[in-house]
Design a protein around this ligand. Structure first.
Ligand code: GTP
Ligand code: MG
Length: 365
């Protein structure tokens, strides 16, 4: 399962966001380092397409795609040198697939710490970059030595030197437009800042109107159009407090609260969806009376690999996939009717599955 790690300064609202996303009960408290050990939970990926297919099929069960969320303790200035609980927290970040930077913009005299999200961003980015710089420099020495005996590691040395130049300016690599070839060469070193980043700006509950401006400020810094960050960074503003309160309510109470605040479906579904897309993840569906289910796959995966997400036998014995796009199926109203109308396509092992495909796998083992 893909993992997102919540990263930021103390009191930014990471544990509050974690609770809202996972229904967890991590300690959220107005003092720094409330979180000492990482909290790990599961968040489902909300998907209205899935809900609609489940209704169409009168499914007994609806199974959402899920992602893992890790709430990591607060980083402080000097974390890369072991300040605070620095080293321990940095080690937790190495284990996630994408970083969610939680940047505080709310002012509250009872909650210590700065409330300028750009300051949060500056401190966190420097610590992440310095931690990577340390890794790169120690690996560089070793790799350069190895390169004297083995010419094939020359490319790795070059990639490390390019990374070092960028990091020594205190700049994270997700802003550097690192080529895929370099990313592959750097992968064995488990750097922190080669990961994709979603920045969440935590805006005060009575300043929701400021969200667009806050998002624009952070985007202008992190991911201006035409910059390297444009493709590896997303920015999303929300009031974590309100989202957390709404998340505690059930069903129509939640919908009513969010609607009364003008928040639509709320920011959490959008957040999970954009993190999901940032990682190049896509969804296909299976639907029937027993269950309607969303399955996660990587963009570009072919039909047998997707079949393997359901069961390894289906990949091993893959014959073909019967498929139709979810919206076309919904318009027709049922799988059997779609079949009668000749709208179900038959695809072979070279078919690249598309986000929103509804599949039935034929296999034989
Ligand atoms: N007013 C206000 N308070 C908030 C908001 N978000 C979080 N808080 C409060 O800020 C305090 C810190 O929140 P946490 O979620 O514990 O912050 P954290 O980032 O996990 O902090 P550490 O674990 O210490 O790194 C708590 O008392 C929260 O209730 C918000 O949007 N508005
Ligand atoms: Mg916390």
């Amino acid at each position: 399962m893909e993992r997102f790690g919540l990263v930021g300064l103390p009191n930014a609202g990471k544990s509050s966001l974690y609770n809202a996303l996972t229904g967890g009960d991590a300690l959220a408290a107005p003092y720094p380092f409330a979180t000492k050990d990482p909290n790990i939970g599961v968040a489902r990926v909300p998907d209205p397409r899935l809900d609609a297919l489940a209704v169409m099929s009168h499914s007994q069960k609806t199974v959402y795609a899920t992602v893992e969320v890790v709430d990591i303790g607060g980083l402080v200035e000097g974390a890369s040198k072991g300040e605070g609980l620095g080293n321990k927290f940095l080690a937790s970040i190495r284990e996630v697939d994408a970083i969610v930077l939680v940047l505080r913009a709310f002012v509250d005299d009872d909650v210590a710490g700065p409330s300028d999200p750009l300051e949060h961003l500056r401190v966190v980015e420097i610590e992440l970059a310095l931690a990577d710089l340390e890794t790169v420099e120690s690996r560089l020495k070793r790799t350069q030595k190895a390169a004297r005996m083995d010419k094939t590691v020359a490319a790795e040395v070059e990639a490390l030197i390019r990374a070092q130049a960028w990091l020594s300016e205190g700049r994270p690599l997700y802003r550097a437009g690192v080529s895929q070839a370099d990313l592959d060469l750097l992968a064995p070193h488990f750097l922190l800042t080669t990961r994709r980043v979603l920045a969440v700006v935590n805006v005060a509950e009575d300043e929701l109107a400021e969200i667009p401006e806050m998002e624009a400020r952070i985007r202008a810094e992190l991911a201006p159009p035409g910059s390297a960050g444009e493709h590896s960074v997303e920015v999303l503003g929300m009031s974590v407090q309100l989202e957390a309160e709404a998340a505690q309510l059930i069903g129509s109470d939640r919908t009513e609260m969010l609607e009364a605040l003008g928040l639509g479906e709320g920011a959490l579904p959008r957040m999970v969806r954009s993190a999901y897309h940032l990682l190049g993840l896509r969804t296909f569906f299976t639907t029937g009376e027993k269950e309607t289910r969303a399955w996660t796959f990587r963009a570009g995966a072919k039909a047998p690999e997707c079949a393997g997400r359901i069961h390894t036998d289906m990949q091993r014995g893959f014959i073909r996939a019967d498929m139709i796009a979810w919206d076309e199926l919904l318009k027709i109203g049922s799988w059997n009717k779609a079949k009668d109308l000749g709208k179900i396509r038959v695809e072979g092992k070279d078919y690249e599955v598309v986000d929103g495909d509804t599949l039935e796998i034929r296999f034989n083992v």
